[in-house]
Write a protein that binds this ligand. Structure first.
Ligand SMILES: [Zn+2]
Length: 380
């Protein structure tokens, strides 16, 4: 059943780019933390993977303040050719420098012969206005087609000028490739993500002319290998939460490769906790904390979405479930996004210095963010 959210009353009524997720299974209350360092104090967080509507500023501010988030990176910042771009900049201004943005290419121009060159110029323009990254959505590989109807390949050399520009401008490329493996399996009750696919049938990539999951991941790897001067962030745990060994192999092979954890705690949390703990310790300088939270005036998306409307209280449970996974050694806990699967996960209790890098240090360094707290107030 949909609920009316009083805190949205003052917000603008704008068609939301995000759907909502189910909140029918609230996370269980936090038990006594069995932290590696019981005295651990979480730093001011950076959520390095968010989708923010410029019309939801009061809600964004509330969620940031309630969850100890100093900065957010909005990976849906837009393109200087559209109206959303200026609105994104305005949002940063109103939220006093707490929001940073990624540029998004305009795929509707993909058939123009100068597509990548023009988008590279627009990226440069965005960076000159303070944008800090380029975000490629899963549209590349799954939806973007050229005029002859053929899917544009993730590693199409036509796109090279864009990757080169990101390297030259020293802004990382967040890249979403493919989707959970289950979305490539038949969409029926036997699919372990059926609950989610039933709400979003268009997330199913079974049949049709899509490349296989592995083919898409291999194509992405060729791009990372071909552009050593460009930093890539494989979002959603390197797009391969089901295969940590594949992710580890890429991190070992390519110093220009990083990952975020957005919307994949439920999936990589299924692997043995000691194995995942070793992974996060080994790659402690290469992983960004991000949640994929989507905030728009009338909808919240907490990693995924279902039929019910989540509230800021659900957002608190969502962040708390992340903290519990990373900071405690609790067993069989609820993961952050119930609709992503009916299973429990075991927490990995990372050491404090590793948590500090995950929650803040790596994003500050990689995206070269200057928090407002670091800027001295202008002299009168
Ligand atoms: Zn996202």
């Amino acid at each position: 059943m949909r609920r009316t959210l009083p805190w949205f009353a003052a917000a603008f009524l704008v068609a939301a780019p995000f759907a909502c997720r189910s909140s029918e299974e609230p996370a269980s209350p936090r038990t006594t933390p069995d932290t590696t360092e019981a005295s651990y104090r979480r730093p001011a967080l950076i959520d390095a993977h968010t989708h923010l509507s410029p019309f939801a500023i009061p809600v964004i501010r509330r969620i940031m303040d309630e969850n100890g988030i100093e900065l957010m990176v909005n990976v849906s910042g837009g393109n200087p050719s559209d109206r959303g771009f200026e609105l994104s900049l305005k949002m940063s201004q109103i939220l006093q420098g707490r929001i940073f943005h990624c540029f998004n290419p305009d795929w509707s121009r993909v058939d123009e012969p100068d597509f990548a060159v023009v988008e590279a110029m627009r990226l440069e323009q965005a960076v000159s206005r303070g944008f800090v990254c380029l975000k490629i959505s899963k549209a590349l590989g799954l939806y973007v087609r050229t005029q002859n109807g053929v899917l544009l390949a993730v590693d199409d050399p036509m796109l090279d000028p864009l990757w080169e520009a990101a390297g030259r401008l020293d802004v990382p490329v967040y890249q979403h490739v493919a989707d959970p493996k289950a979305f490539f399996e038949p969409n029926d009750e036997r699919n372990e993500r059926y609950k989610e696919l039933r709400v979003h049938p268009y997330w199913s990539f079974h049949g049709g002319d899509w490349p296989s999951w592995s083919e898409m991941l291999d194509a992405f790897e060729r791009v990372v290998a071909r552009h050593p001067e460009t930093t890539f962030i494989g979002v959603h745990f390197g797009n391969a939460a089901e295969e940590p060994d594949r992710v580890a192999r890429m991190l070992d092979a390519y110093p220009n490769y990083f990952i975020d954890i957005a919307a994949r705690v439920p999936e990589f949390g299924r692997h043995d906790a000691d194995r995942m703990r070793r992974f996060f310790i080994r790659y402690q300088d290469r992983i960004l904390f991000g949640t994929d939270i989507g905030i728009s005036p009338r909808h919240l998306m907490l990693g995924s979405s279902g039929e019910d409307e989540p509230t800021p209280d659900d957002a608190r449970r969502f962040y708390a479930a992340h903290f519990r996974y990373f900071e405690t050694r609790d067993r069989r806990i609820d993961h952050p996004t119930p609709i992503q699967g009916d299973w429990k996960i075991d927490a990995i209790g990372l050491p404090g210095e590793v948590l500090d890098k995950l929650y803040r240090g790596n994003a500050l360094r990689l995206l070269r963010l200057t928090p407002p707290s670091a800027t001295p107030p202008a002299s009168p």
